[in-house]
Write a protein that binds this ligand. Structure first.
Ligand code: BGC
Length: 490
């Protein structure tokens, strides 16, 4: 697409000059609604730290703080051939990873499959059969005619799961719009392994992994300063390494207090009680109309799945409740479809390089059949910025809370997910918020740095499977259920 308008200037103040007064007033109201200032950020972080602690305690709290039974970082000397299956929200990926003899080296072969939309609300059987189909296709394609030994699988299942063992996980609840009956409250590993067995596939689940834990382990493999693994994508979450002695809820296991264990925070559930997050009427509607009302309060304000919907709900509210303010006499039927806009729509608006917002104008016409005026485009542009900025600033609160809880002054944070990798300015806005929350001096460099992670659900999953097998070999069996079966993989 070739634009004809002049390139945008760094400051856009001037471009508001010809925006009608009522729209300017509306923009101001939206700014007041969506801006999260430093004081509020700090309040959120203080509450967040307490909730992280609570999640580790015997009583528990909103944030699950799931024990993953990943007991330490890789050394770089892990070896072997592993399968990894990543059940993401949008795609499904199967990888074969060979951790080679050379320290920290690996080879990877992978195939991607689309996760059919209807599967997300289908039946439990359909889900497992589909995952097995993809694994089977992968094996048939890459190992046609070979006689295979059973391969250990790292299964990245990125939903909150209670793990009494690393090769076990009871789904606490679906997130990210999934709503498949008959899985919540069940251990997903035997459900899946049964289907693999029925098909005679030579695969054994060695570890059930969260994407954040995989990200933490894969990133720390190449960067020893890495202390936190984060996902800012369709959903949001983080994992970090804790000492067993700081996890009262597993005190009964009498493990050495200084033993490391990775915690999958599941902090998308932060503030489900709604005491501190600055929720707007739009956030309330998102929650009310979601498959799991009352769950994932933090996620619903920050994750990619919801950003476009927040934007859409604001526009619909203005159309319906402020007659004549925007899109008068336009057909808004396309805009009325829930979840018709995703985060990439907002990203495209924020990326429009033209002073006259020509690309945004074309986007509205092409995607929604709406011909927007200059003032309306300016309002949409500002609204996208506000929603994207709020998400980035709130996202920084989770990272800051883990740092405060662990007394980490400086570290690297490995991050992945579509919002982190694709949403414009997300990184810079998050970094600015961290600066405000953690009170760095103006001349001080960033001390907690959020950087692009290594492939958590591929290499990370393989490494975790390898670490598990190494523990079986060494007889360090804390949090391993099927150690007997796993011995056959050695
Ligand atoms: C899930 C987490 C996951 C995160 C990012 C959340 O909805 O509950 O398990 O880590 O999304 O994918």
């Amino acid at each position: 697409m070739v634009g004809i308008g002049p390139r945008r200037r760094p400051s856009r103040k001037g471009s508001m000059a010809d925006v009608p007064k009522d729209l300017l007033q509306q923009i101001k109201e939206l700014e007041d609604l969506f801006t999260v200032d430093t004081v509020k950020l700090k309040q959120i972080v203080d509450h967040f730290v307490k909730e992280l602690e609570k999640g580790l305690s015997v009583e528990g709290g909103n944030i699950p703080m799931n024990v993953t039974w990943v007991m330490g970082f890789p050394t770089g000397h892990e070896q072997g051939t592993f399968l990894a299956l990543d059940m993401g929200g949008t795609n499904l990926r199967v990888c074969e990873i060979v951790l080679t003899e050379e320290k920290g080296e690996f080879d990877i072969t992978q195939s991607k499959y689309r996760m059919p939309e209807e599967l997300k609300t289908g039946t439990s059987e359909e889900l497992w059969e589909y995952l097995a189909d993809c694994l089977q296709q992968f094996i048939e394609y890459h190992h046609d005619g070979e006689k295979l030994h059973t391969l250990p699988l790292g299964f990245t299942f990125s939903y909150p799961a209670t793990q009494h063992y690393i090769d076990h996980g009871i789904l606490q609840r679906w997130t990210k719009g999934f709503d498949i009956d008959g899985v919540e409250g069940k251990d997903v590993v035997p459900l899946f392994e049964e289907v693999l067995k029925k098909r005679g596939l030579p695969i054994k689940v060695a570890a059930l992994i969260n994407d954040t834990t995989g990200t933490l382990i894969a990133s720390s493999y190449t960067d020893p300063e890495m202390k936190i693994g984060c996902i800012f994508g369709t959903g949001v979450n983080a994992a970090y390494m804790e000492n067993v002695g700081s996890v009262p809820k597993i005190a009964h296991m009498n493990l050495p207090p200084d033993m490391p264990v990775a915690i999958n925070c599941e902090y998308g559930a932060f503030d489900n009680e709604h005491v501190v997050l600055p929720r707007t009427q739009y956030d309330i509607i998102i929650d009310r109309d979601s498959p799991r009302p009352g769950q994932q309060a933090f996620e619903k304000m920050t994750a990619g799945l919801y950003l476009g919907e927040i934007f859409r709900l604001v526009l619909i509210d203005l159309i319906d409740n402020k007659p004549g303010l925007i899109f008068e006499n336009q057909d808004t039927s396309k805009l009325r479809k829930p979840y018709s806009l995703d985060a990439s729509f907002l990203a495209a608006i924020e990326e429009d390089p033209f002073e006259n917002l020509q690309e945004t104008e074309e986007l509205f016409e092409r995607e929604l059949g709406i011909k927007a005026t200059k003032g309306e485009l300016e309002l949409c542009r500002r609204l996208a910025e506000l929603i994207g900025t709020r998400a980035a600033r709130l996202s920084a609160c989770g990272v800051a809370a883990i740092c405060k809880k662990k007394n980490i002054e400086s570290c690297h944070v490995g991050a992945d997910g579509s919002v982190f990798t694709k949403y414009p300015h997300f990184k810079a806005r998050g970094a600015q918020a961290l600066r405000e929350i953690l009170d760095w001096k103006p001349d001080e460099k960033d001390k907690v740095i959020i950087t692009a992670a290594e492939d958590g659900s591929g290499v990370g999953a393989a490494l975790i499977a390898a670490l598990t097998l190494d523990r079986v070999k060494a007889g360090n069996l804390a949090g391993i259920r099927d150690a007997g079966d796993m011995k056959t993989l050695l």
